[in-house]
Design a binder for this molecule. Sequence first.
Ligand code: TXA
Ligand code: MG
Length: 349
Amino acid sequence: MSQSQFLFNSTGDAMRDAAATLEAGNLVAFPTETVYGLGADACNADAVARIYSVKGRPSDHPLIVHVSSMQRMGDWAEEIPEYAIKLARDFWPGPMTLVLKRSSLAQDFISGGQETVGVRVPDHVVALALLEAFENIGGKGVAAPSANRFGQVSPTSAAAVTEELGEFLDSKDQIIDGGACAVGVESSIIDCTGDTPRILRPGAITAAMIETSAGIQLGGILPHSAEDLNGITVIEQSETMVYELQEAIRVSGSLESHYAPAARVLLDQDPIAGQGFIALADLPTPVGVFRIASPVDVEEFARVLYAALRQADADGLIEVVVAQPAGEGIAIAIRDRLTKAQNGRKTQK
Ligand code: TXA
Ligand code: MG
């Protein structure tokens, strides 16, 4: 028997154990391709309540339900539009959350009292094994926000989860180590409750990919600089439309400040001695500046960004300058998170 088969078997045991932990109403932090999630049985009100207390998150913020395949989407959602099925077929498992009209399975403690539910099939072998093991013992889905304290940087490694939440978890909870996350920023959130899809949170599944897959143009015209137009707040401007209805739909990651390290995040300025610096590899490091990350392309930028922001804190840096990547695609998600990280520090002051 090869070593990989042994590894596979032991992973199976570990996943059954973790699934039983969820079934018993405890929490399991697990890896996904985007960031680590803090999971609970999505049908267990007490377990879900613990997610909120461990995260220190307001309880009216909805949670994403994670399932092992798109066939499970119908358990949680109703009146699923044709374009949402196309998106699910094209991008699941993957870094995309679909917001759909909820079924009766999605109770208020999942939806934050809204009539919608977020559903995602993550693209990570450990996450899928855990979800399948949980479904095999009758579980319907795993509610999981990012495994960080509210407003902090999402964890992209098991060590970062421990750093964020270790002191708030108890001995019956688990943290599964599945290595570093491959994508590094949270999933794209797509509102599928209207005639056309709308992006609520940009991520690795981009507007262009959604338009191609759904065969529908993301509708509407973006105003240029309006921050608030009758409740519509522009969060990013791309070739196509990316916006949110902030009052109608609560997306905590869309609050102006979020994803923030303790260090002050400064964007697109020349770093000076004593500051940290995160930038693409072709940008040089001035004398006296602490280079924290030098990703070679935008995908690597996304993958290492959160670990780099954590590193800035671990190094005790007061300020970290980030040269944001330009362009479309996942660069939009990176700029979205960095803008919020910058605001996070401002509001803490
Ligand atoms: O990549 C991800 O999406 C990660 C991994 C663990 O799957 N999860 C994640 O969850 O980022 P969280 O809770 O940290 O961020 C999800 C965002 C929150 O801002 C939440 O308010 C929003 O999604 N959300 C969840 N359900 C929603 C719904 N029904 N309508 C609108 N927004 C929703
Ligand atoms: Mg989060």
